[in-house]
Design a protein around this ligand. Structure first.
Ligand code: ADP
Ligand code: UDP
Length: 236
């Protein structure tokens, strides 16, 4: 597989074309942003951790019946994936109140909820990813009803699989963000990443944060938190 020209550079990853039009290579950076790009920094080692953790989890999800874009890890930071047209939604699943939900609804962080909550945000940096509902999504044509049914079904399945998986390493899965896309053969698959950048992980005993909130909130111990969650999951 030949790595060809860069087709996109985002805040955390670059995407490269390959000599197969149905495949691209994602290259994970150490760059970190928060507050929709207003806060910038680097987290040493993050690119490699996020790449390896994402691939590890996507393989586990695939085995359990969730189709993903994963094809092959080609280096510490680079992975070959199926090229998709991204559904322009951030699909957020929450088990415990935190972050923007806590602010919006006045519910203290750490409050467990009776059942998982799914939220959708329109992926648009200029608008700060505004929250939308199924009516907006259908009305704008961002995804059709059949795709939305699958997205909700996969999101809840990913949630139960990840909860159980992280429980094994004494980590509580508070919330996370997924992205889905359509492959060149028309299949809806889970894409993008699953990492401490996109999930909230708390130590189940101490409630210590092991994710990007340490960077967003200037808490210190950022690299250490990424190393800790990575070593619990990947054992290195
Ligand atoms: P952002 O665009 O928000 O800054 P990243 O830095 O993570 O985010 O950039 C990666 C980009 O690649 C994102 O826009 C993401 O939606 C997109 N992407 C993820 N997986 C795939 C894929 N399999 N095919 C094409 N694009 C993808
Ligand atoms: N999230 C993400 N990218 C975004 C927004 C949110 O990966 O652009 C993740 C975030 O890491 C958390 C979950 O989605 O695990 C819910 O985030 P929230 O809406 O609470 O936003 P935040 O507090 O991060 O602004």
């Amino acid at each position: 597989m030949k790595k060809l020209e860069q087709i996109y550079e985002g805040k955390a990853k670059k995407v490269f074309a390959t000599d197969d039009p149905s495949l691209v290579i994602v290259d994970y950076k150490d760059d970190a942003t928060a507050l929709n790009g207003k806060k910038k920094g680097t987290i040493a080692g993050k690119g490699s951790i996020n790449n390896r953790m994402t691939n590890h989890l996507m393989k586990m999800l695939e085995k359990n019946g969730v189709p993903t874009h994963f094809v092959e890890e080609i280096s510490d930071r680079e992975t070959l994936v199926k090229k998709v047209d991204i559904v322009p939604l951030e699909v957020i699943v929450r088990n415990v109140a935190a972050g923007s939900l806590s602010k919006r609804l006045g519910i203290p962080e750490g409050t467990p909820m009776r059942k998982p909550v799914i939220e959708y945000c329109f992926k648009c940096d200029e608008l700060d990813d505004p929250m939308v509902n199924e009516y907006h999504i259908a009305a704008m044509g961002w995804a059709n009803d059949d795709q939305m049914k699958k997205i909700a079904e996969y999101a809840l399945k990913v949630n139960s699989l990840l909860i159980a998986y992280f429980k094994n390493v004494n980590v509580e899965l508070i919330d996370f963000k997924l992205e889905f896309g359509i492959t060149t053969d028309g299949t809806l698959v889970l894409a993008d990443e699953i990492s401490p950048d996109t999930c909230r992980f708390w130590d189940a005993t101490t409630h210590e944060k092991l994710d990007k909130d340490r960077f967003r909130r200037d808490m210190g111990g950022v690299e250490e938190a990424y190393e800790e969650i990575s070593s619990r999951l990947l054992g290195n």
